[in-house]
Design a binder for this molecule. Sequence first.
Ligand code: GDP
Ligand code: MG
Length: 197
Amino acid sequence: MDVRFVTSAPDLASRPELVLPEFAFLGRSNCGKSSLINHFLERVGMAKTSSKPGKTRLLNYFLVEDSFYIVDLPGYGFAKVSKKHRAIWWDVFQRYLACQDRPLALFHLLDSRREPSVEDIEVSSWMVRSGHPFALAATKIDKVSINSRASRYSEIIQSLGVPASTPFFPTSAKDRMGRLEMLAWVEALLEDNPVEG
Ligand SMILES: Nc1nc2c(ncn2[C@@H]2O[C@H](COP(=O)(O)OP(=O)(O)O)[C@@H](O)[C@H]2O)c(=O)[nH]1
Ligand SMILES: [Mg+2]
């Protein structure tokens, strides 16, 4: 897969000029977002796997196959982040969802070992209301016993309150699982939404 880092946009106005469909990854700090992006892009260290939660505060754009962007959104829910930063995160997220200038779809990442947080649930309801396609990606499933995975997945879907039909991808960056399924979803959406040019 051809992947190029394009830019770290400090705000929505600084997004890349070239308009292409965007696939955004978001989830709470430490949910495994950087690891899953690297796994998805098949690049070691492309999205920085930082041990310092809450560090990435920009929208990081990666151009894939000259045909779409993977957008790494900042993690949320880091306890030590100030009220002000929390408010900025929600502001950027809500304005990003409201953008109608390019096709947008989202992967919402949930650590499969944890109960969805209040913020996870709020993010879900904003995505539902936005009308943009979104999928859930359960991360780190290598840490959940095979026997309890299915019940974990339905617990996550239930506590988020999203439609049961929401695309759901069990993933493990460690065991390299889930990538092809996510890619198939991306490709199906790209076929539905070709960008003229
Ligand atoms: N076992 C396991 N650990 C993972 C996996 N993905 C990430 N981690 C670990 O979870 C921690 C947070 O990962 P990171 O990708 O930096 O999360 P981010 O803060 O959401 O970007 C790190 O210690 C990773 O090594 C996974 O698939 N399996
Ligand atoms: Mg990260």
